[in-house]
Design a binder for this molecule. Structure first.
Ligand code: PMP
Length: 342
């Protein structure tokens, strides 16, 4: 038996369990001459890396006097993991939370947010920025009218700071300060920006690598300096059709474009080989990390993230029928239940 890891003392509340996530070395996948490590952000109490920014953005607002005392209402535009992170922190701290959500988002996410006590305002998915019903414009207006704090993760510096002061130092310490490359995706850009800034200072030789879904404009921007036309992709939480204001790509010199098929197949392979149930964006990151590793001619220590758990995607990427419907698996669904779970 290996030596057990130290068992932490009881936490004072759930918010105190955010961060300090474990790391796993992946030895069951072909990483060429490299050592590959996964930082398990899915182990945060809300199930994703976004718990960190839920906490950092609310506490930064408290310190700036934008929240707390009489002002106890928080507004954000998201149906994703940021909403869950904010809802967890708002529940613990006794804040009212309003989330503006485009109506294409899954019922499970909406039910989960409501169960946590968030007020959910549904809005149209078919309108663009500048339209009064566009989810971000609507959230900004509600915050203005109600005198609430508008979180705005795409422009909030406390987003990247959570990773510069938390995620980055944790990874560095867990890898005994020996890291050659860090592979990240970009949604709001908080993770990439924060980790780039930390490693530029602490480990200037650490290469920052972008993993981007096919259809997103970011990998092309890293390679050519130009913004191409965006397409669409199924992977959730990463990839953009614009450059988020807080995103700093100046430290990123290498980028990989990963198709939905490769992302989802890689996440499924990870689950079947290691038992790690990761979400779709983690499949993109892992696929890029594996490609990077296999291209190396000398051993490197490479880290990437499991951004969220695969629980939310059981009926999609982990369901063979869905995969077949999308054209990702050749095997025709037989109706045999074993096909769903094998
Ligand atoms: N993976 C998932 C599942 C996410 O929800 C997000 C955030 N949208 C990311 C990765 C990307 O993180 P960031 O916003 O820090 O760029």
């Amino acid at each position: 038996m290996p030596m057990p890891l130290p068992t932490p003392a009881p936490a004072e509340n759930i918010v105190a369990l955010i961060g300090h996530t474990p790391m796993i070395q992946v030895t069951q996948l072909d990483a060429g001459p490299c050592e590959l490590f996964l930082k398990m952000e899915s182990q945060n109490p809300g199930g994703s890396i976004k718990d960190r920014i839920g906490l950092s953005m609310i506490e930064a607002a408290e310190r700036a006097g934008q929240l707390g005392g009489e002002r106890r209402h928080v507004v954000e535009a998201t149906a994703g993991n940021t909403g869950l992170g904010l809802a967890l922190v708002a529940a613990q701290k006794g804040y009212r939370l309003t989330l503006v959500i485009p109506d294409k988002m899954s019922q499970e996410k909406v039910f989960h947010l409501k169960a946590l006590g968030a007020q959910v305002v549904m809005t149209r998915s078919d309108v663009e920025k500048g339209h009064p019903s566009y989810y971000q414009d609507l959230a900004a207006r509600i915050a203005r009218e109600e005198g609430a704090f508008y979180v705005n993760q795409f422009e909030n510096p406390a987003n990247a700071l959570a990773h510069e002061t938390g995620t980055g130092p944790e990874i560095d310490a867990q890898l005994d300060r020996r890291i050659d490359a860090m592979v990240c995706g970009v949604g709001s850009g908080g993770t990439m920006t924060g980790l780039s800034r930390y490693f530029a200072r602490a480990q200037p030789r650490c290469e920052m690598v972008l993993a981007d879904p096919e259809g997103s404009v970011l990998a092309g921007y890293v390679k050519t300096g130009k913004l191409g036309k965006a397409g669409s992709w199924l992977v959730e939480g990463i990839g953009e059709d614009f450059l988020p204001p807080i995103l700093d790509l100046s430290h990123v010199k290498r980028a990989y474009t990963i198709s939905d098929r490769e992302s989802l197949e890689t996440a499924r392979l990870l689950l079947s080989r290691t038992g790690i149930l990761a979400g779709s964006s983690s499949g993109t990151l892992l696929a890029a990390a594996l490609r990077y590793c296999r291209e190396q001619s000398s051993p490197k220590r490479v880290c990437t993230l499991v951004c969220d758990s695969g629980n939310k995607y059981l009926s999609k990427m982990y369901n063979d029928f869905w995969m077949a419907d999308q054209g990702f698996t050749d095997r025709a669904p037989t109706g045999d239940l074993r096909d769903v779970i094998t």
